[in-house]
Design a protein around this ligand. Structure first.
Ligand code: NAD
Length: 281
């Protein structure tokens, strides 16, 4: 039976550390969250971000804009926030309504305030191995892997999924940590064999219990990013019940990657605050 990596506890300890750091500050790290429309999942994510900000002792502003907000109006909001000193991090909650182009909007965020790490500049810097704001989910996963105390260098890592927000930055982080990395996706032919070669397996697909025990190497570290709703319950991309007996470490769903992703947004906002204050000196 694998060790279950407790993402909830790790996230809690990061938020506590941030709260201790901010307690003595006269000015606080500030985050602005922009939500457009009333997507229920987005609403719940935005509410969590507000709660996390409070727990970390940050200043936060939440903008809930109507579904028919124009792209120009949203960009104007972003630009206003770019110019405001008390706002260190800006997050545009995705998905945006269909009449908007997410990339166009996201790339209006000042790179120093890009706490989600989704601008082309942040992504390019990560790819070039330069300091950058890194997308919260993969950044949090690296922390969870660190929790295992296992060395990443030289390990074989397989990432299933190639999205810009999870799969690709995840692969880059593992590569920067000197793992030998393979990215799999919906067109990968010998998926089972490739996955079964992985010392570190990250599943970011969006299909409930997709990764079965026969796809997992004995003793692997298995990270489950998936969030799937099955009969009203949250289920990951990994068949947890069967895989847990084969691997050495595994993240649960819920309570694994999700809470850590949230904590990393706070961590990035804190780092943005430090960076901006350093530059203002
Ligand atoms: P996405 O839909 O953008 O990408 C899914 C990826 O899975 C694609 O690259 C696709 O090629 C791959 N894929 C699909 N079917 C496949 C198959 N049969 N075999 C191999 N690969 C296949 O999704 P995403 O935004 O990267 O998110 C992935 C999952 O992670 C979703 O369940 C999402 O809800 C979850 N997620 C969780 C968090 C968190 O904080 N826990 C954050 C982001 C995303």
């Amino acid at each position: 039976m694998a060790v279950i990596i407790d993402g909830k506890a790790a996230a809690q300890s990061i938020k506590k550390k941030l709260a201790d750091l901010t307690a003595g500050m006269t000015s606080k790290p500030g985050i602005a969250v922009l939500q457009v429309g009333e997507n229920p999942a987005s609403q719940s994510y935005v509410n969590s971000k507000e709660k996390d900000s409070q727990e970390a002792g940050f200043y936060s502003e939440i903008f809930r804009l109507s579904e028919n907000t124009t792209q120009e109006a949203l960009i104007k909001r972003v630009e206003d926030l770019n110019a405001r000193k008390e706002i260190n991090g800006i997050l545009v909650q995705l998905p945006l309504p269909k009449h908007m182009d997410s990339d166009t909007v996201l790339n209006k965020i000042n790179v120093l305030k890009d706490v989600d790490g989704f601008t082309y500049i942040s992504a390019g810097r990560l790819m070039s191995g330069k300091p950058a704001f890194v997308a919260c989910t993969p950044k949090g996963i690296m922390k969870l892997i660190e929790e295992t105390k296992e060395k990443i260098e030289g390990k074989t890592a397989v990432v299933i999924g190639r999205s810009n927000i999870v799969g690709k930055p995840m692969a880059m982080l593992l590569l920067n940590a000197n793992a030998t990395v393979t990215i799999c996706h919906s067109k990968t032919k010998n998926l089972k064999e490739v996955c079964a070669s992985a010392d570190i397996l990250v599943a970011a697909i969006g299909r409930a219990k997709f990764v079965t025990a026969d796809m997992v190497k004995s003793g692997a570290i298995v990270i489950d990013v998936g969030i799937n709703r099955v009969d009203g319950k949250l289920v990951g991309d990994v068949d947890f019940e069967n895989v847990k007996d084969k691997c050495s470490f595994i993240t649960p769903v819920p309570g694994g990657v999700g809470p850590m992703t949230r904590a990393m947004l706070m961590q990035n906002t804190y780092e943005a605050y430090l960076l901006q204050n350093e530059r203002a000196k």
